[in-house]
Design a protein around this ligand. Structure first.
Ligand SMILES: [Zn+2]
Length: 90
């Protein structure tokens, strides 16, 4: 299964940031990203948000501070982005 559609790729890109994908999936995603600038842009945005969230994790901020709330909001934003990503309807 080499040809993923945009929705598959957006899900897999997000998944790949939490755990390693299988070789086949990784290749399929890479192949799609080479041809689809929507998904390439999406992956870029996602990586940037993840980086912000991770940098806050490293500072070990307690969950109930303002910063913890900001992190929650970022996580929420990330979920919304993944759910609303649908270049085919644009
Ligand atoms: Zn795509």
């Amino acid at each position: 299964m080499w040809m993923f559609n945009c929705r598959d790729v957006s899900r897999l890109v997000s998944e790949s940031m939490d755990r390693e994908l299988s070789f086949t999936k990784r290749m399929g995603v890479r192949f799609h990203l080479m041809m689809c600038r929507h998904c390439a842009g999406f992956r870029h945005q996602l990586a940037r948000i993840r980086k912000i969230i991770r940098s806050q994790d490293e500072e070990n901020i307690p969950p109930l501070t303002m910063e913890g709330k900001a992190r929650e909001r970022l996580n929420q934003l990330l979920k919304e982005k993944i759910n609303s990503f649908d270049p085919e309807t644009k």
